[in-house]
Design a protein around this ligand. Structure first.
Ligand code: NAD
Length: 499
C-alpha cells in the first residue's frame, strides 16, 4: 500500500497527524494508496515556511518568475502521458480526457507567462504641480487554494500559476480523492526552478481546510467545489479578514430550439452530458427542447446515441467514452437520485441501472441514464447529480425555456442550440448565467478570458484565470510623489546662512 505525503519546502513529507484517507482506483474499487490528512499544526508549519520563502520570490523580477513558468510548461508537455495516467488511475476519467485536464491547466500557466505585462502599474505624470501619481500591483504574501476531485490538474494550476506569477507563495490543499497529480505538479515546478517553499502541497480534509481559514498569515483563499462547502468557506474566510473567492456547483441547461440542427444538438448533448461520467461543473445536465415536436425529435436522436455509449476503465484506451465515478458513495448518491426521478414520475427512456462490466464488478461504474418529461419540482432537476444522467424538461416556448435557466439556483454555464441569430443574441443578453454557449455545449472560456458562474455557483466577485486572476492575487498600492526643487537649480557659491 502506497503512503502518499505532503510536499513541503521542496521535499515529500510524511503526515504526522495519524489520520489518513483511502485513495481508490475507481475502475477496480481497490484502495491503491493512503493520503495523509494534515492537522492544524502541520498546516501552520507549512504556512510559516512559505511565509519565510515568499519575500525573496517576490523580489525576483516578474520576467524571471515567468521564465520558471515557461520551463514548467515544457515539463508538463514532457510528462503529459505520465500525468494523464496518474490522473486517470485515481479519478477514473479516460486518458484523452485526463490529458485535456492537464492541458487546460497548462494553458493558464502559458497565460501567466504574461506576468511582466499584467503586473505593470499605472502612472500619471504631473497629477498636480510637481506631483506624479503611480500604482503598483504587489503580491499578497501567502495564498491558499482548496480544490475539488474532478479536475485534479487543471484547477490547482488555475490557482497556483497566477498566484506564483504575481510573487506569492501558495498552499495547495488538493482533493483527498486524487492527490497524486498535485504532488507531481509541485515536483515539476521545483524542477523548473521554483524556489523551495513557494508551492506547498498540504493534503487533508475539513481539518486542514479549517486550519487554512483560521491561519492569520494566509491572505487569500480560493475554493472550487460543491456549493454548501463554498458558502461555508466564503463565510468563515471573510469573517477572518481574508480575500476569498469560491466557485460552487452547477445545473447547466441546454436549450434546443425547433430550428436547431438536431443531429448536432444530440451529439453535443451526449458529449457534454456523459463525458467524464457527468462529473464536470460545466456538464450539461438538463436538456430543454422547445415544443413537444422538437422534444420528440431530440429524444429519438438521443436514445440510440446514449444506448451506444461505451463505459469502461481508462486502460481500455480510445474505445471508452467515459469511466467510473469517483467513489462508491458518489455512485450510491447518483443511484438514489435516479430512483427519486422514477418515483417522482419522470420517464426513464434510457435505463442504465443494470449496467455491469465484466471483470470490474467492484468498480464504481454507472450506465448512462436519460430522463424525459421531468418537471421543475423533481429532485433530479433541482439537485446537481454529478453523474451520467441527463434530464429532459420540455418547455412549450422560448420564454419558458429561458425562464427555467434563469429561475434555477445555479448559474454556472448554459447553452442554446439554434440557427436564429436573434434568439441566440437575446438569450446571451438576458440569461443570468456566467458562461453561455451558442451552439457550443461546454462554453469553458480559454485561459485569457475568465471563468466563473453566477448565483449559487459563486461566492465572491472576481473570476478565475484571465485578467481577474492578476487582480485576485495582487494588492494595489498607489503612490503620490512630489520632489521639491533642489540640485537642478545649480550650485550655491555663497556661505549658507539661516534666513
Ligand atoms: P467538495 O465540495 O466535496 O470538495 C471540494 C474541496 O473541499 C475538497 O478539497 C475537500 O477536501 C474540501 N471539503 C469537503 N468537505 C469539506 C468540509 N465539510 N469542510 C471543509 N472542506 C471540505 O467537492 P468535490 O466533490 O470534490 O467536487 C465536485 C463539486 O465541485 C461539484 O459540485 C462541482 O460542480 C464543483 N465544481 C465547481 C467548479 C466551478 O468552477 N464552479 C469546478 C469544478 C467543480
Amino acid at each position: 500500500m502506497q503512503e502518499l505525503t505532503h510536499y513541503i519546502n521542496g521535499t515529500h513529507v510524511k503526515g504526522t497527524s495519524g489520520r489518513f484517507a483511502d485513495v481508490f482506483n475507481p475502475a477496480t474499487g481497490e484502495v491503491q494508496a493512503k493520503v495523509p490528512l494534515a492537522g492544524a499544526a502541520e498546516l501552520d508549519k507549512a504556512v510559516e515556511i512559505a511565509a519565510a520563502a515568499q519575500p525573496a520570490w517576490a523580489a525576483v523580477n516578474p520576467q524571471r518568475r515567468a521564465r520558471v513558468l515557461m520551463k514548467f510548461v515544457d515539463l508538463l508537455n514532457r510528462d503529459m502521458d505520465k500525468l494523464a495516467e496518474a490522473l486517470s488511475r485515481e479519478h477514473g476519467k479516460t486518458l484523452p480526457d485526463a490529458a485535456g485536464d492537464v492541458q487546460r491547466g497548462l494553458e493558464v500557466v502559458e497565460y501567466c507567462i504574461a506576468a511582466p505585462q499584467m503586473l505593470k502599474g499605472e502612472f500619471t505624470d504631473s497629477a498636480g504641480p510637481g506631483i506624479d501619481m503611480y500604482s503598483m500591483k504587489q503580491p499578497l504574501g501567502v495564498s491558499a487554494g482548496i480544490t475539488p476531485f474532478n479536475f485534479p490538474a487543471m484547477i490547482p494550476m488555475w490557482m497556483f500559476a497566477p498566484a506564483i506569477a504575481c510573487g506569492n507563495a501558495f498552499i495547495l490543499k488538493p482533493s483527498e480523492r486524487d492527490p497524486s497529480v498535485p504532488l507531481m505538479l509541485a515536483e515539476l515546478l521545483e524542477e523548473a526552478g521554483l524556489p523551495k517553499g513557494i508551492l506547498q502541497v498540504v493534503n487533508g480534509d475539513k481539518e486542514a481546510v479549517d486550519a487554512i481559514l483560521d491561519n492569520e498569515i494566509i491572505q487569500s483563499v480560493g475554493f472550487v467545489g460543491s456549493t454548501p462547502i463554498a458558502e461555508y468557506i466564503y463565510g468563515r474566510g471573510c469573517t477572518n479578514g481574508k480575500r476569498v473567492q469560491c466557485f460552487g456547483g452547477a445545473k447547466n441547461h441546454m436549450i434546443i430550439m425547433p430550428d436547431a440542427d438536431m443531429d448536432q444538438a444530440a451529439d453535443a448533448l451526449v458529449g457534454a452530458g456523459y463525458g467524464a461520467a457527468g462529473e464536470r461543473c460545466m456538464a450539461i445536465s438538463v436538456a430543454v427542447p422547445v415544443g413537444d415536436e422538437t422534444a420528440d425529435r431530440l429524444i429519438e436522436k438521443l436514445v440510440p446515441r446514449v444506448e451506444a455509449l461505451k463505459v469502461g476503465p481508462y486502460t481500455s484506451g480510445k474505445d471508452v467514452d467515459y469511466g467510473p465515478v469517483v467513489t462508491a458513495a458518489a455512485k450510491a448518491n447518483i443511484e438514489r437520485l435516479v430512483q427519486s426521478g422514477i418515483d417522482q414520475g419522470a420517464k426513464l427512456v434510457v435505463d442504465g441501472r443494470n449496467f455491469k462490466l465484466q471483470g470490474y464488478e467492484d468498480g464504481f461504474f454507472i450506465g448512462a441514464h436519460l430522463f424525459d418529461h421531468a418537471t421543475k419540482d423533481m429532485d433530479i432537476y433541482k439537485t446537481e447529480i454529478f453523474g451520467p444522467v441527463l434530464t429532459t424538461v420540455r418547455a412549450q416556448s422560448y420564454e419558458e425555456a429561458i425562464g427555467l435557466a434563469m429561475d434555477h439556483e445555479y448559474g454556472n454555464g448554459t447553452a442554446i442550440f439554434t440557427r436564429d441569430g436573434d434568439t441566440a443574441r437575446d438569450f446571451a443578453n438576458r440569461v443570468n448565467v456566467g458562461m453561455v454557449g451558442i451552439n457550443v455545449p461546454i462554453p469553458v472560456p480559454l485561459a485569457y478570458h475568465t471563468f466563473g458562474g453566477w448565483k449559487k455557483s459563486v461566492f465572491g466577485d472576481l473570476n478565475q484565470h484571465g485578467p481577474d486572476a492578476f487582480k485576485f492575487y495582487t494588492r494595489t498600492k498607489t503612490v503620490t510623489s512630489r520632489w521639491p526643487s533642489g540640485i537642478k537649480e545649480g550650485g550655491e557659491f555663497s556661505i549658507p546662512i539661516m534666513e
